[in-house]
Design a protein around this ligand. Structure first.
Ligand SMILES: O=C[C@H](O)[C@H](O)[C@H](O)COP(=O)(O)O
Length: 218
């Protein structure tokens, strides 16, 4: 199977975590796009969705699924999203698509985070994928200098403005041995909006698309 077929398999497998009549938290990216396609087939059985990006909101609406403002929703039973890397403790790097801040917010509200990935995303140690950090534009150079002090090589993602009007620094050459501590350290730098490390709130369930089928991990 191709990588996209593996993504499709986990996107559809995630349907079983969707509760009837619920509002579903929906992430962003090429894997989640398959989940949205699957969700469209049961749209009559759900109330709607909360989206983590303008891109996913547009895809949900195009599929006829009502999209709610998160402020209008008290709780979400499930949040389904992809990842750029995931380790064996269900800690992730996310934000390759620049949606990390809204993703972290929607994930925080949800009772259960179901992460859907193809097997190429699994790693022993996070950091081969450059770590995205969303930054207030005027703080970009300052934050970059602070990230160098933490041992990384930040690179400005040129031409990208997030849905929140901010910029992204991608931090290369990190070997992340303690994701929870690094998440706190980077979030504490003034001017950082969100770091794309999802460790304090990792995934509760991971669906991995493999050549032998979808493997479920908790
Ligand atoms: O900002 C983007 C998100 O964190 C995505 O979940 C992540 O980049 C994975 O995307 P894809 O499913 O396209 O590999």
């Amino acid at each position: 199977m191709t990588q996209d077929e593996l993504k499709k398999a986990v996107g559809w497998a995630a349907l079983k975590y969707v509760e009837p009549d619920s509002i579903v938290g929906v992430g962003t990216g090429s894997t989640v796009n398959h989940f949205i396609d699957a969700l469209a087939t049961i749209k009559a059985n759900i109330e709607g969705a909360v989206s983590s990006s303008e891109a996913s909101a547009a895809r949900l609406k195009a599929a006829g699924i009502p999209v709610f403002d998160l402020n209008a929703v008290d709780s979400l039973s499930v949040y389904v999203d992809g990842a750029d890397e995931i380790n064996h403790h269900n800690e992730m790097i996310k934000g390759g698509g620049a949606a990390l801040t809204r993703e972290k917010i929607v994930a925080a509200v949800a009772k259960k985070f179901v992460c859907i990935v193809d097997e190429s995303k699994q790693v022993d140690i996070l950091g081969a994928f450059p770590l995205p950090v969303e930054v207030i534009p005027m703080a970009r150079s300052y934050v970059a200098r602070e990230l160098v002090k933490l041992g990384g090589d930040p690179v400005y993602r040129e031409g990208v403005i997030t849905d929140n009007g901010n910029v992204i620094l991608d931090v290369y050459n990190l070997k992340i041995l303690d994701p929870k501590t690094l998440e706190k350290q980077i979030n504490n730098i003034v001017g950082v909006v969100t770091v794309g490390l999802f460790a304090a709130r990792g995934a509760d369930t991971v669906l991995v698309g493999t050549q032998n089928g979808v493997v479920t991990k908790s």
